[in-house]
Design a protein around this ligand. Sequence first.
Ligand code: PEP
Ligand code: MN
Length: 340
Amino acid sequence: MLIVMKAHASPDDVAGVCARIESLGYRPHQMPGATRTAIGITGNPGAIDPVEFEDLPGVAEAIRVTKPYKLVSREVKSDNTQVRIGSVVIGGPDLVVIAGPCGVESREQAFDAAHAVKAAGAHLFRGGAYKPRTSPYAFQGMGIDGLKILAEIRAETGLGIVTEAIDEASLDAVCEYADCIQIGARNMQNFSLLRRAGRSKLPVLLKRGMSATLEEFLMAAEYILSEGNYNVVMCERGVRTFADHTRNTLDLSVVPAVKSLSHLPIIVDPSHGTGKRDKVTPLARAAVAVGADGLIVEVHPHPDRALSDGMQSLTPEGFRSMMSEIVQIASLVRRMGATN
Ligand code: PEP
Ligand code: MN
């Protein structure tokens, strides 16, 4: 159920509707729009009678939300959501580029990567301190020491930090040091972790699971919003198919699909989406052309020595040339701001 307020409804009218929702034992979610506020309702086990709300002051109409996802849907909020990460806004007019190594491996490696991506025009820095690896014997990340290095990088370069939380304990640590919580593909349906991210104050970058349908992807975001955190950025990172010329198949068609059903911004990861260095820039260009709000790209100062995902990491030089190419596509699709 969605309560749409009249354009001139007062804050008291909105508070009155929220109080009525709470008195029924449900949760109100205020969704301010360009011209009027809407209030989503969650927590109701069945349909709610619209009569409960129609006579309250300031209410224009009470409408049923037909989709299984409610708060992420455009039915509930028609304007695009803009998510702020530090001083950077994703989902606004500017294309945002997040870049850095797959994992923080050492102070020197992470700083070298940060200086290189900043000089090339990246807006935010990425780097995992906690790595979800297929093998328990592979590099698992530096943990808290990695987070401390990331915080130093922010202090020195001014770049906001995007880094992955793999469980509830690492999520608390990420919240202490970073600017955005990344939830990885393998955790897209870790519902307790999603709920926990939903109770955090930090924005969340939610990666699509490797076999997730569009609806499952949106429902995962719904978990986060349902807990009161509306700052979610979706991320397409490739799905499993029969194709064996790439690590994953980057499903760029999901970008317009998410945008038509949801108000949330969506970015694209051409690094995990292809797994091959030479395919990252072509797919980055395509992602910008298809309307993505940004990119997340792996860059390593020495990809041949990387402890994870070296095959798909760009060199600093490769990243500079990717940036110069996407700037041209960004201007064609009127998404400026691809460089600082
Ligand atoms: C990553 O960003 O390094 C990562 C592990 O991504 P994904 O969850 O998409 O595999
Ligand atoms: Mn990686």
